[in-house]
Design a protein around this ligand. Structure first.
Ligand SMILES: Nc1ncnc2c1ncn2[C@@H]1O[C@H](COP(=O)(O)OP(=O)(O)O)[C@@H](O)[C@H]1O
Ligand SMILES: [Mg+2]
Length: 371
């Protein structure tokens, strides 16, 4: 019998791609630990990570439109994967057409896409993740929402319903003004789900922040101080929430959007007492974005009781001494399966992983070859 408290290892055992971006067809039997995918720019490295991410989560990390991944001239991209979690084996399948998407779990259609996605936790880190620190607050809210998916499915459902109700309220405000009779009904529903969603966001931040401080401490030189806090844009109290919506009708009507609610949440990040977004050095911003990802991984590990698969895209693109160190720290800290793409495999020559724990793949013009 397996110990239910144990953190399971999750891994891709076999992966098959067809007509995915520039890859006509490929089959991989990855290593349980480190997989190094190397090749020159534009050969298909990121596409492999994207395919792994897509079959696990039904989404892409580089576009909102997964249909763009369908190989030019083809009608459907396909990814299938055998994934093991401890002693359990699952078959995942994704078929992405030019319009429709179809996923299967052990040959059957899952009840919901969310129930499908949380089964195979994957954390991806790519160069654009710097925006977690330098970009709009929505980037940081999305991180919290990924944690909510795993830890609090009802909170995620509340978020969806809140979004719908707020949209309806705004439509009424825009078309009929602050006196529309049904406004009160939509505000009551929005407040109920909004308060529940606000609680989910608060709880996600409570889990994330300690992990973030620990991660930042482990990848930065001593003496650099991070202060991080959750700044709520709404309220966890439905009455207060509803009162605010009501009071803000004129303002929201003028602005064309709701000025109160979790869509205004922010994660405040200060390095050495100054806002990281505008004032931290680029090196510090990189380490902070990496720390946010490490913290995300730890949080999902804790709630999901499985080591997520880690996908690191293009870690070598701007590798300086700092970044090499932090990437190695990240690799060592993650106990699960790892996929790394790089144009510079020589940087991994002295890797902490034994040869038996590592597989190298070479990608050239969409053709994947195990070395
Ligand atoms: N839908 C598609 N069909 C065919 N080729 C594509 C499609 N989308 C992108 N590509 C091409 O796939 C190639 C590989 O991209 P990518 O995986 O990002 O390369 P790498 O990460 O190795 O730099 C690029 O040259 C790109 O132009
Ligand atoms: Mg790439």
């Amino acid at each position: 019998m397996s110990d239910p408290a144990r953190v399971q290892t999750l891994r891709f055992e076999r992966v098959k791609l067809a007509s995915f971006r520039n890859i006509q067809s490929a089959q991989l039997a990855p290593s349980p630990r480190l997989n190094l995918i190397w090749g020159d720019n534009g050969q298909g490295k990121t596409s492999i990570l994207e395919a792994l991410y897509a079959v696990a989560t039904t989404r892409s990390f580089r576009t909102d439109k997964l249909a763009q991944a369908v190989r030019s001239g083809e009608l459907q991209a396909r990814v299938s994967a055998t994934v093991s979690e401890g002693e359990f084996i699952r078959e995942l399948g994704l078929k992405q057409g030019l319009r429709a998407r179809e996923v299967s779990l052990d040959g059957k259609r899952p009840k919901t896409l969310v129930s499908y996605a949380v089964r195979t936790p994957v954390v991806v880190f790519h160069p654009r993740d710097l925006e977690l620190v330098t970009g709009a607050a929505s980037e940081r809210r999305r991180l919290l929402d990924r944690l909510i998916l795993y830890a609090d499915p009802q909170g995620a459902e509340a978020a969806r319903r809140y979004g719908e109700a707020v949209k309806e309220r705004q439509r009424l405000l825009d078309t009929r003004g602050v006196g529309a009779a049904e406004l009160g009904d939509f505000e009551r529903v929005a407040a109920e789900h909004g308060a529940r969603f606000a609680r989910a966001r608060f709880e996600a931040s409570e889990r994330l922040l300690p992990e973030l401080l620990a991660a930042f401490g482990s990848v930065t030189p001593a003496g650099l101080e991070l202060s991080a806090r959750y700044l709520p844009g709404g309220s966890q109290n439905p009455e207060e929430f509803q009162g605010q919506l009501r009071a803000r009708r004129p303002e929201d009507c003028r602005r064309g959007r709701a000025s109160f609610g979790p869509q205004k949440d922010e994660l405040g990040l200060d390095v050495d007492g100054r806002p990281a977004r505008s004032d931290a050095s680029q090196g510090q911003q990189r380490l902070l974005s990496l720390s946010l990802k490490l913290a995300e991984l730890r949080c999902i590990e804790g709630t999901r009781r499985a080591h997520p698969v880690l996908l690191l895209d293009d870690v070598s693109s701007e590798l300086d001494a700092h970044r090499t160190e932090s990437v190695l720290a990240l690799l060592q800290a993650s106990l699960g399966q790892i996929f790394v793409t790089t144009t510079r495999p020589e940087l991994f020559a002295g890797s902490v992983f034994a040869a038996s724990d590592r597989a190298d793949f070479r990608v050239e013009n969409g053709v994947v070859q195990r070395l």
